[in-house]
Design a binder for this molecule. Structure first.
Ligand SMILES: Cc1cc2nc3c(=O)[nH]c(=O)nc-3n(C[C@H](O)[C@H](O)[C@H](O)COP(=O)(O)OP(=O)(O)OC[C@H]3O[C@@H](n4cnc5c(N)ncnc54)[C@H](O)[C@@H]3O)c2cc1C
Length: 290
């Protein structure tokens, strides 16, 4: 096996251009499991976890660019303004896994159970890809995540990072598993309220072939808030059935299957409960903030 150990992003991209079958290795928490079980035996690997350009983040004109090589531990300790992302990061594996595992690895694996992915979908994020010569290509999250464990990365590209517009408003990530920690989600949900655009966005993980948004539920809740005057006045009461109806619509957006982790019926029910709770938390949060 050829092992490449570049020191800069430029060097890594040159290697990717000349040796496109080299598999990028970041934290290795997905990749090394595949190697250990002999499910993958790449001819070449390209170590990217030490590239300073991928380990950085920056704000640019109201958007935030999170480098692919940022670990969940750093997100939890340093990016507290992105509460749903921190909540999702905190649920990934154990402290040891979070110290190594990266957001780029979650995108690279493109599992429907990747915990950061519903958050990126609810943020309406775009994935920034880069190749030799510094040429970048940007894809909305739904064009990057194209199926179960499939993404739109070209062989000569690396994931540079993920970018989203910074919004104002409450939000949360929650997941259901068979226990409280070290668990792959049976269902996961991220809800974000964008006070500026007066929009509510909901994304689901582990309940379809890839990450799903719930556009019907989103439109319903946004309209209910408008109807009640709640965008202007966080204390305005919503009609009593709104939470129930919202949960039903979130559940209807799921496309779950039966598998070892749970049945389709259980997953749909989980979406109903997670959706209802996430909206209730967001409304409560707005009331407290006034
Ligand atoms: C014990 C354990 C528990 C886990 N628990 C969770 C959990 O609770 N939630 C969860 O979501 N995940 C979990 N995972 C899976 C894993 O930790 C995550 O998917 C993590 O985000 C992978 O990141 P990584 O840096 O380790 O990726 P790696 O394993 O290094 O790479 C994963 C894939 O991404 C590609 N890749 C990585 N970086 C780039 C880049 N810059 N450009 C192009 N391709 C790239 C690699 O080539 C590979 O295909 C767990 C794993 C283990 C072993």
């Amino acid at each position: 096996m050829r092992i490449h150990l570049p020191r800069t992003l430029d060097e890594a991209l040159e290697i990717k251009a000349t040796d496109p079958e080299a598999v990028p290795l970041a934290g290795g928490t997905d990749l090394m499991v595949l190697l250990n079980f002999d499910r993958l035996r790449p001819a070449a690997m390209l170590e990217v976890s030490r590239l300073p350009e991928l380990r950085a983040w920056r704000w640019e004109n109201g958007t935030f660019l999170l480098g692919a090589g940022v670990t969940y531990s750093r997100i939890v300790s340093s990016l507290t303004e992105f509460k749903p992302l921190v909540e999702a990061s905190r649920t990934v594996g154990s402290p040891q896994i979070r110290n190594r595992a990266t957001i780029g690895g979650n995108l690279g694996t493109a599992s429907p159970a990747g915990d950061a992915l519903p958050v990126l979908a609810a943020y309406d994020a775009e994935v920034v890809l880069i190749k030799a010569g510094g040429k970048t290509r940007t894809l909305p999250w739904h064009q990057f995540l194209v199926g179960p464990k499939r993404n739109a990365l070209a062989p000569d590209e690396l994931i540079l990072g993920v970018r989203w517009t910074v919004t104002r408003g409450p939000g949360s990530f929650s997941k259901i598993g068979t226990r409280n920690a070290m668990v792959i989600a049976v269902a996961g949900l991220c809800l974000v309220m964008d006070e500026g655009q007066r929009q509510l966005r909901v994304a689901l993980g582990s309940v379809g072939p890839t990450i799903l948004r719930a556009p019907d539920a989103e439109a319903f809740a946004s309209k209910a808030l408008t109807g009640a005057g709640a965008w202007e006045d966080p204390r305005a009461a919503l009609p009593p059935r709104v939470l129930e109806e919202f949960g039903e619509r979130v559940a209807a957006a799921a496309r779950p299957i039966d598998d070892v982790r749970g049945t389709a019926a259980y997953r749909r029910h989980a979406c109903r409960v997670l959706g209802r709770r996430a909206l209730a938390w967001a409304l409560e949060d707005r009331k407290l903030r006034g």
